[in-house]
Ligand binder design. Structure first.
Ligand code: 5AD
Ligand code: SF4
Length: 447
């Protein structure tokens, strides 16, 4: 069959779609370029905010028409909505053939066969361990055919139960893969030319602790894993997302700052700068403690950059508490921030509380933080003009194909012009001198 997978949501979903595609390809199915040209369409869904669910519901409606035109088409969902609402959706939507839960990706080929044999609708939502079959499978062309960068899923689920978050319910509790199996996967990727890996997990720094609390200062199985992967020949960059600040003990801070392949850019979700809101969110750190982690990482790696997630308009968040978030953001100095307007999710603790910050006020707070960020990053980027960085070339720039785009170790986006006639290949490491900057991009020349 020709298959098409449409992915919503986080990088874990992208990784799962990639595994699903690899599994289908290993059974002889082939990728299609669009829903219209496919015989098998799968939506990989997200539940983290209401907007994400609404997008997928809208798409489910559109699929009805396609299926009418092509009655033999198979149509399924996977991801977080499939896990939490699969049974309900299969019942409500006649044209939906299967719902594949977050731990059941390995069953996809068998489910497709079963539907082809007209054995009716299928719901698969059992939970399994993290080392499920297929978890380490990659398509031959994970990043559009170049294969210099790959996602590696190292743990599944989350046991933190932040009061606003649906993830522990949709993805289940933490289950870590075996470190040896992760290492084998990364070695195999490096052998086939992968230079950069992104380690993925909903609570990635809890790797190896599975439901145990963050450990004392000298224990971090995640730091041990980083050290193991740092020794792999051919691999040049190790990134990871998303770590919870509570796991940044001395051992992990030393690993991140000290290991040469671990990129000096950390996504460190803050969520709020108010201690009262953090407590209500069930985030077990204070603004001071967060800033202390940032300070320690900078002390060990002065060039390190930070990005973050922030929620505005959490129930009862006052203007003053919002200003505290602004303050912590200014003191940290982020290079990027994802700002979210609070969205109550059914089944979570905070959904029991009144969603009392008006939507216009959430929007205002959102805009204020984005404007702060822009100003801040613009200033920081301007200070980099004249410096030379090693850039991993990713491909021609989207805006102007004569130029190329790449990333520094610190995850700065760099646009540069290769010399006429010179052959730059995605995955090359090049030295680029920065000549100009904006809030989003550094522009440079090859040296
Ligand atoms: N409302 C708004 N944002 C949310 N996030 C998670 N749950 C919610 C919610 N209910 C945000 C958090 C998290 C990111 C992936 O999504 O900031 O870090
Ligand atoms: Fe959700 Fe909190 Fe787990 Fe992140 S750490 S996935 S916000 S429960």
């Amino acid at each position: 069959m020709r298959f098409y997978i449409k992915t919503y949501g986080c990088q874990m979903n992208e990784r799962d779609s990639d595994s699903a595609a690899a599994l289908l390809q290993s059974e002889g199915h082939v990728p299609a370029d669009s829903e219209e040209s496919a015989d098998l369409v799968i939506l990989n869904t997200c539940s983290v905010r209401d907007q994400a669910e609404r997008k997928a519901i809208g798409k489910l409606g559109i699929m009805k028409r396609l299926k009418k035109e092509k009655p033999d088409m198979i149509f399924g969902i996977m991801g977080c909505m499939a896990q939490s609402r699969g049974a309900e959706l299969l019942q409500a939507i006649p044209h939906l053939d299967f719902s594949l839960g977050t731990d059941q990706i390995h069953r996809l080929p068998e489910i497709v066969d079963s539907i082809l044999a007209r054995r009716g609708k299928i719901l698969a939502d059992e939970r399994t361990g993290a080392d499920t079959p297929g978890i380490d499978m990659h398509r031959a062309d994970p990043d559009g055919g170049h294969g210099f960068s790959a996602f590696v899923s190292i743990m599944r689920g989350c046991s933190r139960f932040c009061s606003y978050c649906i993830v522990p319910y949709t993805r289940g509790l933490e289950r870590s893969r075996d470190a040896a199996s992760v290492e084998a996967e990364v070695r195999a990727l490096a052998d086939r030319g992968v230079r950069e890996i992104m380690l993925l997990g909903q609570n990635v720094a809890a790797f190896g602790l599975d439901n145990r609390a963050p450990a004392q200062d000298d224990v971090s199985p995640f730091a041990d894993l980083l050290e193991r992967l740092n020794g792999i020949n051919g691999l040049k960059r190790i990134r990871f997302t998303s770590p919870h600040p509570a796991y940044f003990n001395k051992k992990l801070i030393e690993a991140v700052t000290g290991l040469d392949k671990v990129c000096k850019s950390v996504h460190l979700p803050l969520q709020s700068g108010s201690d009262r809101i953090l407590r209500k969110m069930n985030r077990p750190y204070t603004a001071q403690e967060y800033l202390e982690i940032v300070r320690a990482l900078r002390a060990g790696a002065p060039e390190i950059t930070f990005s973050t997630d922030v929620i505005v308009g959490f129930p009862t968040e006052t203007e003053e508490e919002f200003e505290q978030t602004r303050e912590v953001m200014a003191r940290t100095g982020f290079d990027n921030a994802y700002i979210f307007k609070y969205s109550p999710r059914k089944g979570t603790r905070s959904a029991q509380w009144e969603d009392d910050v008006p939507v216009e006020e959430k929007e205002r707070r959102n805009q204020v933080l984005l404007a702060d960020l822009e100003r801040d990053v613009r200033k920081r980027n301007a200070a980099l003009v004249g410096r030379t960085f090693e850039v991993l070339a990713e491909g021609p720039s989207k805006r102007n194909p004569d130029r190329w785009q790449g990333r520094t170790d610190t995850f700065k986006n760099v646009v540069f012009t290769p010399a006429p006639g010179s052959a730059v290949t995605p995955g090359d490491f090049l030295n680029v001198r920065i000549v100009r900057s904006t809030a989003m991009t550094l522009y440079g020349e090859l040296v």
